[in-house]
Design a protein around this ligand. Structure first.
Ligand SMILES: Cc1ncc(COP(=O)(O)O)c(C=O)c1O
Length: 389
């Protein structure tokens, strides 16, 4: 593994901050909704914008700010803003820049709730979204002229289509189209989109940034000017503010991010390679199994999918798993499994899993930190149970 920033510099940013009150090694939490003023003059100075200091946590909170500064450093951004969820980050970023009559271009197979935001809420606001295969640069170039925004995710959810993010960002720049990318899967350890020319980076911090499955949060990083725009256009009004305690958990999570990502990468690759050689498995959707990663992606994480051959009983496989738990989300210490058949049983229209390239024979796995050998043994037992069912 080579990380995008260089292992040593990266670990320093993730691990180091301070000094903190009481010389505490861990930053104390500003778990408060408001901050009081010592005088009329101080309050007025703050209201006039002459003094920057916390007033109310929905606006500025020191613990949230610490997380934002660390994340901005990791992504090589001038600034960042924390949100109450990844979806709050996505919706606030998109709504800050798109207006009725605009058209957005998005790569196909984006995270399903982002897709529903586009297909349900944005449509209602007369914002049109067209979808392109991000691997097809000609198709992207055709779709871009006249668009307001190009929304990317690489690799995409479930089917894991990985893109040349730098090439797509350059195309968008040529057409004067602003770019955003959901970088939750790769994290800045393996992909730093701002250095590749993307304007805004978005994370579901509920995934690897947190890393312990105990927080739901989001973050957007980019230039001071763009972050200021989000802060002015949508942030206070939509109100999806990251809580101080969740920010504190994220700061803790970031300290081990590079280490965890290395472990997720190694173990997921071992599991994916093992699955690829199984006769019951038709294909494995893991970017690390291709001959080469796209430029700019320097490593792979723990989330991927595979597709069973016809006839394998997926419910029996799922029920026989012991270490892999059946559960949504990903990015934590634990290994997880989502059968495509369950996703497809949701209703139709924009909620249909078919829109995301999911097959009833496919299974999404998140490889946690339990160790590849035990996880492979778990899969072997479960495949045996599926064949016997
Ligand atoms: C790729 C991706 N982006 C965004 C999100 C949304 O993040 P959150 O659940 O924190 O709102 C998810 C959640 O699963 C995701 O998988």
């Amino acid at each position: 593994m080579t990380d995008a920033l260089g292992a040593e510099a990266f670990s320093l940013i993730a691990a180091h901050d301070g000094p903190h009150a009481f010389d505490a090694v861990v930053p104390p939490i500003a778990q408060t909704s408001l901050f009081t003023f010592s005088s009329f003059a101080e309050m007025e100075e703050t209201y006039l914008g002459r003094k920057v200091r916390p007033t109310y946590t929905r606006g500025l909170n020191p613990t949230v700010r610490l997380f934002e500064e660390k994340l901005a450093a990791l992504e090589g951004a001038e600034d960042a803003m924390g949100f109450a969820s990844g979806m709050a980050a996505i919706s606030s970023a998109v709504l800050a820049f798109a207006a009725p009559g605009d058209r957005i271009v998005a790569v196909r197979h984006v995270y399903p709730d982002a897709y529903r935001l586009f297909e349900i809420l944005l449509k209602r606001m007369r914002i049109e979204v067209t979808y392109v295969d991000g691997r097809d640069e000609e198709a992207v170039a055709k779709a871009l002229p006249g668009a307001r925004l190009f929304y990317m995710e690489s690799p995409t959810s479930w089917v894991m289509e990985a893109h040349d993010v730098g090439a797509l960002a350059a195309l968008a720049k040529r057409h004067g189209v602003m770019t955003m990318i959901d970088n939750s899967w790769a994290t800045p350890v393996f992909q730093r989109p701002l250095a590749l020319g993307v304007d805004l980076v978005i994370h579901s911090a509920s995934k690897y940034l947190g890393g312990h499955s105990d927080v739901v949060a989001g973050v957007v990083a980019g230039s001071k000017a763009l972050i200021r725009e989000i802060r002015a256009q949508t942030y206070p009004y939509l109100g999806g503010k990251l809580s101080p305690f969740d920010a504190w958990l994220l700061v803790r999570g970031l300290r081990t991010l590079p280490l965890r990502m290395k472990a997720h990468e190694a173990d997921a690759l071992a599991v994916a390679r093992w699955l690829k050689d199984r006769p019951e498995v038709e294909s494995v959707q893991h970017p690390g199994l291709a001959n080469a990663l796209p430029p700019g992606l320097t490593g792979t994480s723990g989330l991927f999918s595979f597709t069973f051959r016809d006839g394998v009983k997926v419910p029996a496989f799922a029920d026989a798993l012991r270490l892999f738990k059946l559960g949504v989300s990903w990015g934590g210490h634990e290994s997880l499994c989502v059968p495509g058949q369950v996703v497809l049983s949701q209703n139709q229209g924009p909620n249909s899993g078919h829109a995301f390239g999911i097959s009833p024979r496919s299974v999404r796995l998140h490889v946690g930190l339990e160790g590849a050998a035990s996880l492979i043994a778990d899969l072997e037992t479960a495949i045996g149970a599926a064949l016997a069912a």
